[in-house]
Every structure is written in C-alpha cells, then in structure tokens.
Design a protein around this ligand. Structure first.
Ligand SMILES: NC(=O)c1ccc[n+]([C@@H]2O[C@H](COP(=O)([O-])OP(=O)(O)OC[C@H]3O[C@@H](n4cnc5c(N)ncnc54)[C@H](O)[C@@H]3O)[C@@H](O)[C@H]2O)c1
Length: 260
C-alpha cells in the first residue's frame, strides 16, 4: 500500500477528481479527510471510502475562506493525529460556456480568483504551517489545468491555473529544505465530472454529451477524454514515496494534448 498510515486532506472531494482521488488514497491505506463546499457530497465520498473498508472524515469547507481551510487542517490533525498530504483540488469553471475575456464581470473574476487561486494559496499555506509544526516534511499536490499551460479558452480560469502552477513551484523551492514536496497535476478536459455542467454544459441530453466526449477525445493524441480516475492515478503517484525525489513538477494529464 503506497499511502499506509498517512493522513490526507483532499479539497473538492465531493465529486470528480477529488472524489476519485480520495477513494484511491484510501485504497492505498490513507485516512482521508474529505473537504467540500457541499457537505453532503463530502459525506457521500466518506461513505464510499468506508464501504470499501477505508477510513475517512468529512468536513464542510469553502476553500476561498481561509478560516475554513484552517479548520479543515485542524480537523484532520484532531481526528487522525497528524497530516501528511494536502491535495488542493477544488476549483470552479468559467461561469458561462464560451465566455470571452471581455464577458467576465468583476464578480466573475473575483470568484474565479477567490476559489481557484486563493483557495490553493490557503491550502498551501496551512499545509506548510502544519508540516513545519510536525517537523518531518509533507506533501502538497495542487490541481492546475492544461488551461494554465496553453491558452485554451476560459481566459481568467486559465490565468488562475497558471498562477496555481507557479505557486506550486514556489512552495516546492521554499519547502525543499523542510522535506516538503509540492507538485501539480494539469488535467485536460473531463466532460464526465460535474465541472463542465457547472460551467454551463447541458448534460441532460445523452447524445449531446457523448458528442462532447468524442470531440474532446479527438483533440487528444491518445484519442480518449481524460477521466477523474486518470487524474487520481497521477495524484496517488505524486503524493506517494515513489515520487520522493519529484518536486516542482506540473504533470499534464492530457493524453498528449500539450505535447502536440
Ligand atoms: N473537468 C475538467 O474539464 C477539468 C479540466 C482541467 C482541470 N480541472 C480542475 O480539476 C479540479 C476538479 O474538477 P472536477 O472536474 O473534479 O470538477 P467537479 O465539479 O466534479 O468537482 C469539484 C468539486 O469542488 C467543489 N467545490 C467547488 N467550489 C468549492 C469551494 N469554494 N470550496 C470547496 N469545494 C469546492 C464542488 O462542490 C465539487 O464537489 C478543479 O480544480 C478543476 O479546475 C477540471
């Protein structure tokens, strides 16, 4: 088991990449604190972990609020004694499908920055503080995006993800003397999580959804759309000791999209 005896905090654990990763971390032996703005969704992920024989705890947490992130870290330590891994994964999409830069309101901008960038800043900051208190290192993983590596549409969203990538590198360099590693995954489009519907994709029409999956798949050299499980596998690797000498990496999970 790759994560035996570790405690992990996963944000956005109620759905998609966060839920799939929380389940995989638990399968690998981690105790997983599932944080999500939707408390019921976080609880459902914990139920799935427990049904599979694992151990977890749910906490309501809006990552854009620093006090919520402080409380989530404290809850993990109180419940399981220490914290080893923080996966800052929660993120929100461009608010309206196809919105151009000039279509973003100030509120849209502030919300994207507040969740996608400030949320990851809060998670990195309080992970580092807790790891330094413990004194024996720790692992940060952040969810960036292909949209933070290439201009892809969703200008403000992509800029928040570019910021996440750079913050990841900074945490890696500052954390290295303390045994703290920091990496990011950069997923390409995942039409089957709740993310694209949250950004306005109509998923009620199964044929239209299938067409979207096919269109996304065709844009990847490997020819299939990325899944939450693809990201979870990359996440397990990066937070495990198999990646003990990897830090400051942004790993695209993109079927070769950015290599083209
Ligand atoms: N789906 C894609 O196409 C795609 C592509 C690249 C990157 N990503 C990134 O992957 C990450 C996960 O996306 P997903 O596809 O699993 O989406 P998802 O919508 O299925 O899951 C996101 C989860 O985050 C939670 N969340 C939203 N705002 C929050 C907040 N303020 N505080 C705490 N939790 C919050 C939601 O309730 C949800 O459970 C995000 O950071 C996203 O930007 C997604």
């Amino acid at each position: 088991m790759l994560l035996d005896n570790r405690t992990a905090l996963v944000t956005g654990a109620g759905s998609g990449v966060g839920a799939a990763s929380a389940l995989r971390f638990a399968q690998e032996g981690a105790r997983v604190v599932c944080a999500d703005i939707r408390a019921d969704a976080a609880k459902e992920t914990v139920r799935r972990i427990e049904r599979a024989g694992g151990s977890g705890a749910a906490i309501a947490c809006d990552v854009s609020r620093e006090e919520d992130v402080v409380a989530a870290v404290a809850a993990a330590v109180e419940r399981f004694g220490r914290l080893d891994i923080v996966f800052n994964n929660a993120g929100i999409p461009t608010p309206r499908l196809g919105a151009q830069l000039e279509d973003h309101t100030t509120e849209d901008f502030q919300r994207l920055v507040g969740v996608n960038f400030a949320g990851v800043f809060h998670g990195c900051k309080h992970a580092v503080l807790q790891f330094k208190r413990q004194g024996d290192g720790g692992v940060v993983l952040n969810t960036g995006s292909v949209a933070g590596l290439v201009a892809w549409g969703g200008s403000v969203y992509g800029a928040t993800k570019g910021a996440v990538h750079q913050l990841t590198r900074a945490v890696a360099i500052e954390g290295a003397p303390f045994g703290i590693r920091a990496n990011a995954i950069g997923p390409a489009g995942m039409p089957l999580t709740n993310f694209m519907p949250a950004g306005g994709l109509d998923t009620s029409d199964a044929d239209a959804l299938e067409q979207t999956v096919q269109r996304v798949a065709a844009s990847h050299p490997l020819g299939r759309a990325i899944t939450a499980e693809d990201c979870a596998e990359a996440a397990v690797f990066l937070v495990s000791d198999r990646a003990a000498n990897l830090t400051g990496v942004v790993l695209p999970v993109d079927g070769g999209y950015v290599a083209r």
